[in-house]
Design a protein around this ligand. Structure first.
Ligand SMILES: [Mn+2]
Length: 426
């Protein structure tokens, strides 16, 4: 499914006047505050967020899954969907593949297809939380942490295979998220599980090319309900340090117990040069995988404030890899992703408005009221015209969601693929 760029431009022309009005009102205010608008616009245009190949279909729960019409049934169609998203928003310039759900049959053709949509391949994701058909061993009692050496070997081999697939697509990183843990007290020896995991990760690490990074993701609970081997950032950080300098911690917003101070975790990791990647979503209760910014936009802003500080002050930390890791169970996945992209860019733009110098002075003066005023004055600014302008400058749609609806894109996708297609994977 391809849309003509001319159609987007036509839609933009209709909205140009409204946008100009809003943009000038905002830019006048920002100029008065001494804000460097061209630099913010450039940063917004440069900020690219990867879309995982499992995000183009609806997600589900253990109770069921309700497919959305016209879901991409093949990897080619998933790439087309991300391409469409990128064309409209100009901020989704990468796709993150999940192996084994999305193993390319023809690598050259897949690489060319992605390039034709201006997409690169972000981190490749391994999967040892499910058993593959005809697999020699089962992950029922863990993968990299398993007490059975032959299970661990199978899981290590799988990760190495994922690296090899990634190499063919010019991906530069591997994300490891382990479901390993235990459901009942006494079921597992914590120390044995941790040491097995560390040794397994070290073996995978040794198979990584020099210019690759390994991202170690953590999560406190689920699918196991009593203990998880890599349960928190400290455990991930420790394992990354044990592996070496190419290994990093990956923070997923939804992978924390309620009220965890995620902005502080991000700060600590960037200070230590170990924040490798970040997964966006939102949640109310647990790992809900809801649309980014749908529940806690202020928390997201505070996290971005820490990220922006780190990006500007911590040269020891490479630029993190950004990815949306959400599920959108009942929405059109593409519309949901557009809402997420908008929320991420919005939080980022607001964080870029924070007067870091003034904040530092207020902190040194112990002027707590002023500190809050500085943060909230940035947060309360309606930055959407900046996002619109950045998209316009990059050739995207001023209002992507509106264009998507005005052009009846979902209907066109359904006409092409049919009502009953089901995304492979979840
Ligand atoms: Mn994640």
């Amino acid at each position: 499914m391809n849309i003509d760029k001319g159609l987007i431009q036509e839609q933009n022309r209709k909205k140009k006047e409204v946008h100009e009005e809003k943009y000038h009102f905002l830019s006048n205010n920002l100029i008065r505050q001494g804000i460097d608008i061209p630099s913010i616009l450039q940063k917004l245009s440069d900020f690219q967020i990867a879309i995982p190949s499992w995000a183009l279909g609806t997600g589900g729960t253990r109770f069921g899954r309700f497919s959305f019409y016209g879901e991409p049934a093949t990897l080619e169609q998933k790439i087309e969907d991300v391409g469409l998203l990128h064309m409209l928003t100009q901020s989704a310039g990468a796709i993150s593949l999940h192996i084994p759900w999305d193993i390319p049959k023809d690598f050259k053709a897949i690489a060319e297809l992605a390039a034709s949509h201006n997409l690169i391949f972000d981190a490749v994701n391994s999967n040892t939380f499910q058993d593959s058909k005809n697999a020699r061993e089962s992950y029922k009692y863990g993968s990299l942490s398993n007490t059975d050496k032959s299970v661990r070997e199978q899981a290590i081999e799988h990760n190495i295979e994922v690296i090899n697939i990634g190499k063919k697509l010019n991906s530069k990183s591997l994300t490891v998220w382990l479901a390993d843990g235990s459901n009942f007290p006494g079921q597992s020896n914590f120390q044995t599980a941790l040491m097995n995991t560390q040794e397994s990760l070290e073996k995978i690490y040794q198979s990584m090319p020099d210019d690759w990074k390994m991202f170690i993701e953590y999560k406190p609970y689920e699918p196991n309900f009593y203990s998880t081997v890599i349960q928190d950032w400290g455990t991930s950080f420790m394992l990354a340090n044990a592996c070496g300098e190419k290994a990093y911690t990956l923070v997923d917003l939804g992978h924390h117990l309620p009220n965890t101070n995620i902005e502080q975790i991000v700060s600590t990791l960037m200070l230590k040069g170990k924040l490798g990647g970040f997964h966006f979503n939102d949640s109310k209760y647990g790992d809900d995988d809801l649309t980014v910014g749908s529940l806690r936009p202020y928390t997201l802003f505070l996290i971005f404030n820490a990220l922006v500080f780190g990006m500007e002050n911590n040269p020891q930390n490479p630029n993190p890899a950004w990815m949306i890791d959400a599920s959108h169970n009942i929405k059109d996945p593409l519309e949901d992703l557009m809402q997420s992209l908008e929320a991420i860019q919005e939080a980022y733009a607001k964080a870029l408005l924070v007067d870091q110098e003034a904040l530092k002075i207020a902190q040194l003066d112990h002027d707590v009221v002023k500190c809050q005023e500085i943060l909230q004055s940035a947060y309360r600014t309606d930055v959407r015209p900046l996002l619109e302008r950045a998209r316009l400058n990059s050739g995207g749609a001023i209002y992507p969601l509106e264009v998507y609806r005005n052009l009846s894109i979902r209907k066109k996708i359904v006409d092409e693929r049919g009502m009953d297609t089901v995304a492979s994977g979840l």
